[in-house]
Design a protein around this ligand. Structure first.
Ligand SMILES: NC(=O)c1ccc[n+]([C@@H]2O[C@H](COP(=O)([O-])OP(=O)(O)OC[C@H]3O[C@@H](n4cnc5c(N)ncnc54)[C@H](O)[C@@H]3O)[C@@H](O)[C@H]2O)c1
Length: 282
């Protein structure tokens, strides 16, 4: 969610200046690829890892990812590169990994963050084309990315895969998105079984509704008529009701557990999806 239509909560925070919390040098010597890094949670994660002196390869479909990379190159002591790719395609995912390895030499950590609900409506109102688009956006982006990244991690002696899922696997008015994120969760638990012997950890966070500045790149058309606005409002209401704190999370609150799971501190955690939603377990 990019804003709170009720105006009942603080406005979303940006990602300028140093983060409130960070661990100096935790990512020094680590090469981290982040998808969907042009804005939102992906940008917040990149910002924090830059402050922890990681090397970054930032990928997005939107050209503004290059601006984010240029800013963070001024922050980290590591190397920063960026590329545009459409991760709803296998070709995009393959090209992303090749470009990342070329820029950084090897990849230690990948954070697959692309996704997001495009429409908000009861399932019977989705067209077949819309359902396919939701699955492409929120499952295939991760499935293709992980398939393309895995050989690079294995060739490098191991590594870490962090996927960004959602607690909306139990959410109203977005069944196709929920199904896609349920697929992401299954990928985490099943791949962790196979990949442990190759020294690859596979984990995820499942964010709840998150406050952020207005999106520069929109996910879709947005609610148009009164009926669509009401369906969207039902999502907002459920998000607040199911949080024990009765509020949205912040970008920093989402970035923190992603960055921890991505770090070497989390070396004994694999196959786990961590809900980050004020007590909503998804
Ligand atoms: N924001 C929330 O409230 C929330 C809640 C739960 C889960 N999540 C999950 O967190 C992740 C990030 O969410 P966000 O709100 O920060 O995202 P966002 O919509 O603000 O940004 C997503 C980024 O991904 C890029 N992108 C979209 N499709 C792409 C494609 N095919 N190829 C390459 N790049 C593409 C966009 O250009 C954009 O920069 C998503 O997976 C989302 O499902 C978000």
């Amino acid at each position: 969610m990019s804003s709170d239509p009720k105006g009942a909560m603080p406005t979303g925070e940006g990602v300028s200046g140093p983060p409130e919390f960070f661990t100096p040098d935790r990512f020094a010597g680590q090469n981290v690829l982040i998808t969907g890094a042009a804005q939102g949670i992906g940008q917040a994660v990149a910002h924090r890892i830059a402050h922890e002196n990681g090397s970054l390869f930032l990928v997005d479909r939107a050209e503004i990812v290059h601006e984010v990379a240029a800013e963070l190159a001024e922050v980290t002591t590591g190397t920063v590169g960026s590329a545009t790719a459409d991760l709803e395609t296998w070709e995009g995912a393959e090209a992303m990994v090749a470009a990342g390895v070329e820029k950084l030499g090897c990849i230690d950590v990948v954070i697959n963050n692309v996704g997001g609900t495009i429409w908000a409506k009861p399932f019977e109102h989705y067209t077949p084309e819309e359902i396919e688009k939701e699955i492409r956006r929120s499952l295939f982006t991760t499935l293709w990315s992980v398939r393309a990244e895995l050989p690079a991690l294995i060739d490098n002696g191991g590594g870490t895969i962090v996927n960004v899922s959602s607690v909306a696997t139990r959410g109203v008015n977005r069944v196709p998105y929920a199904a896609a994120k349920g697929g992401v969760n299954a990928l985490v638990s099943a791949l962790a079984l196979e990949a442990a012997e190759k020294n690859v950890r596979v984990v995820a966070t499942a964010p709840g509704g998150t406050l952020a500045p207005a999106r520069k790149v929109e996910r879709g058309p947005g609610p148009e008529g009164e009926r669509e606005k009401e369906w969207y409002q039902q999502i907002v209401d459920q998000t607040i009701d199911s949080s024990l704190f009765k509020r949205y999370g912040t970008l920093a609150e989402q970035a923190a557990p992603i960055v921890f799971l991505a770090s070497r501190e989390a070396s004994y955690i694999t196959g786990t999806v961590v809900p980050v939603a004020g007590g909503d377990q998804g």
